[in-house]
Design a protein around this ligand. Structure first.
Ligand SMILES: [Zn+2]
Length: 170
């Protein structure tokens, strides 16, 4: 494992891939309408919403408060999976709260198995549309660009949980 400073900015400590986050994508694409939507949803300004990934210098307000990032830094580890308390109760709670966190355990295992560089390239592909290669979020039932269903393999594999989540929010 390389030093944590060298880990890509989109490889989150918890095992999430920031590249598939709606806020990250909206920031990269300078999508003002989407940024306004997220800012409103989280009751914060657009500046507070912007994000270039968990390990970058521009982190969205919610993730700035991340206890796992802080904890990993204190323990001088790159990912939660390296910790002797893994998986801790806090991470288990976090994992069950939202469907985009469904594969955290698989991700942590994969990082240990093949390293974060390979994991991140696999995740990138996993979250990309099979038809047009656009990266979609964990909640894009259809591709944002070409409309193909589902938006990516993650959505295909977690469709039930995602639809239940949408239904609860309505
Ligand atoms: Zn597409």
């Amino acid at each position: 494992m390389k030093g944590k400073q060298e880990i890509a900015e989109t490889a989150a400590v918890c095992g999430l891939y920031c590249g598939a986050c709606g806020i990250y994508i909206a920031t990269q694409e300078n999508d003002t309408a989407k940024l306004e939507y997220y800012a409103k949803m989280m009751s914060q300004t657009i500046d507070e919403t912007l994000c270039n990934g968990c390990r970058s210098s521009v982190v969205t307000a919610y993730c700035k408060k991340c206890k796992f990032t802080k904890c990993a830094a204190e323990k001088d580890i790159g990912f939660c999976g390296e910790c002797n308390e893994y998986p801790c109760a806090g991470l288990k709670d976090f994992q069950t709260m939202m469907p985009h966190r469904a594969e955290l355990w698989e991700s942590q295992e994969r990082i240990k198995e093949v390293g974060w560089e390979k994991w991140i390239s696999e995740r990138h592909k996993y979250f990309s549309c099979k038809q047009c290669n656009t990266v979609n979020t964990s909640y894009d039932m259809n591709c944002r660009k070409c409309g193909a269903t589902p938006g990516n393999e993650f959505v295909r594999n977690n469709q039930v949980a995602i639809l239940q989540f949408f239904a609860k929010r309505e």
